[in-house]
Write a protein that binds this ligand. Structure first.
Ligand code: ADP
Ligand code: ASP
Ligand code: MG
Length: 416
């Protein structure tokens, strides 16, 4: 057969969210197979299932052991893989379903957020080589002891990219409930439009800053192994968004996307004596606890005292606060304050490397909306601001319309 491609497809939770949708996915997969291509399908748990499983554990214990939690939450993907395989067989296809241990998808033992060490593609190669459709449970791995691990929320994307890299697949197609990567979350920002292409670097920034359409580590891995990645809808045949290497035309676009992360909390340690080594004393223990600190601000004041403010993910707030309260007397702090819920809005674009004035324009747009900026961070291709949680969506829409609405650089964005 000519031009036989090897394609890895991944279907997210909504796409396999009901029996009816699993039937639809099976038809799409069967179509690719009928065209003669080799296909590996990675599936997520049915929509809501992973959350349901996490809740069952937390209903029984305040701190369920991560090893046991992984045994529990990994089952969601097992169910989807089996159901899709069953449906494909009912359509007359030969299929084999695989769990992570059957593929030797080896990870470290960091339960709940394990990193992939290696994948043995041999069984998959053999399965597809002999005409089967391989159906793989995403999100899970197995550690050196043989224990079940999971790769982090949203990480079925990562499973798909890892398999595509290991198999040197011709494409890795991520099927989801939107038509591609948009200039902003289309469910929040009605005027967002789909991008035809986006660079790995921009996509990594967007994923890291809250655009959950692709999981961050999956984009990192795709970039490392140069995996051609496309995001598209499982509900239509509309062309999706290609994620790949940067090319010259991409820099012509000033801003590619706006993201909103509503899962951030803010902690302020007040009245700390401003001495060398202070930051190390505060952030050392936090880092040792595996808590990722995002933005940090330190305000020196005239009397030799300073306030240190920083943000952490909401899931880490409780642990971070405990640590801060413990260290407060040691660093002679006046107190520890926190805001449960703040929003981080970010602007991402390769064009920022070569264009000045984006920050100033960002601040102007927010000022015109009456939104107060609490923190600011910039890097080569992004500007992030932290604002009061209740203004997050407003800030996102205002910035979107200013930078990506009609009459801004939207025309350029659409032409890439
Ligand atoms: P899946 O279950 O298929 O993995 P996710 O819910 O993880 O799907 O990701 C898809 C969702 O990502 C969309 O429904 C959308 O609300 C959200 N999203 C956030 N930012 C963007 C963006 N820039 N472009 C497209 N979707 C986005
Ligand atoms: N089911 C997992 C989650 O909800 C993994 C995924 O959907 O990608 O996080
Ligand atoms: Mg996802």
């Amino acid at each position: 057969m000519n031009n036989v491609a090897l394609i890895v497809q991944k279907y997210g939770g909504t796409s396999v969210g009901s029996i009816e949708r699993i039937r639809k996915v099976a038809e799409r997969v069967a179509g690719v197979r009928a065209a003669g291509h080799h296909i590996v399908v990675v599936v997520s748990a049915m929509a809501g299932e992973t959350n349901r499983l996490f809740k069952l554990a937390s209903d029984l214990s305040d701190s369920p052991h991560p090893r046991e939690t992984d045994v529990l939450v990994a089952t969601g993907e097992q169910v989807s893989a089996a159901l899709l395989s069953i449906r494909l067989q009912a359509l007359g296809h030969s299929t084999v379903s695989f769990l992570a241990h059957q593929l030797k998808l080896q990870t470290d033992s960091n339960h709940g957020n394990a990193r992939i060490r290696s994948v043995d593609a041999a069984r998959l190669t053999e399965a597809v080589g002999s005409g089967n459709i391989a159906v793989v449970a995403g999100y899970q791995g197995v550690d050196a002891k043989g224990d079940i691990t999971t790769l982090g929320r949203g990480a079925s994307d990562l499973t798909a990219v890892a398999l595509a890299a290991a198999l040197k697949a011709d494409a890795c197609e991520i099927y989801t409930d939107v038509e591609g990567v948009f200039t902003a979350d289309p469910n929040i920002c009605p005027r967002a439009h789909k991008l035809k292409r986006i660079s790995y670097d921009e996509m990594m920034e967007m994923a890291g800053l809250g655009a959950k359409v692709l999981q961050l580590r999956s984009v990192e891995l795709a970039r490392r192994y140069n995996v051609p990645l496309v995001v598209r809808s499982s509900f239509s045949d509309v062309e999706g968004t290609w994620v790949g290497q940067e090319d010259e035309s991409m820099e012509d676009v000033l801003v590619s996307g706006i993201t909103l992360d509503q899962n951030q909390s803010k902690i302020t340690i007040t009245g700390v004596a401003d001495r060398p080594g202070l930051a190390a004393r505060i952030f050392g223990p936090i880092a040792e606890a595996g808590i990722i600190v995002d933005m940090i601000i330190q305000n020196a004041s005239a009397d030799g005292r300073t306030d240190v403010t920083f943000t952490v993910g909401r899931d880490d707030l409780r642990r971070a606060l405990e640590l801060c309260r413990m260290m407060a007397p040691e660093i002679d702090a006046a107190g520890v304050r926190h805001e449960d819920h703040v929003a981080k809005v970010s602007i991402v674009g390769l064009g920022m490397r070569s264009h000045a004035g984006i920050a100033a324009r960002t601040f102007r747009v927010l000022a015109d909306e009456g939104v107060n900026i609490e923190m600011i961070a910039t890097s080569e291709i992004k500007i992030s601001v932290v604002v009061n949680a209740k203004y997050g969506e407003l800030a996102m829409r205002a910035l979107h319309d200013a930078f990506l609405g009609e009459g801004s650089n939207a025309a350029t964005a659409e032409s890439v």
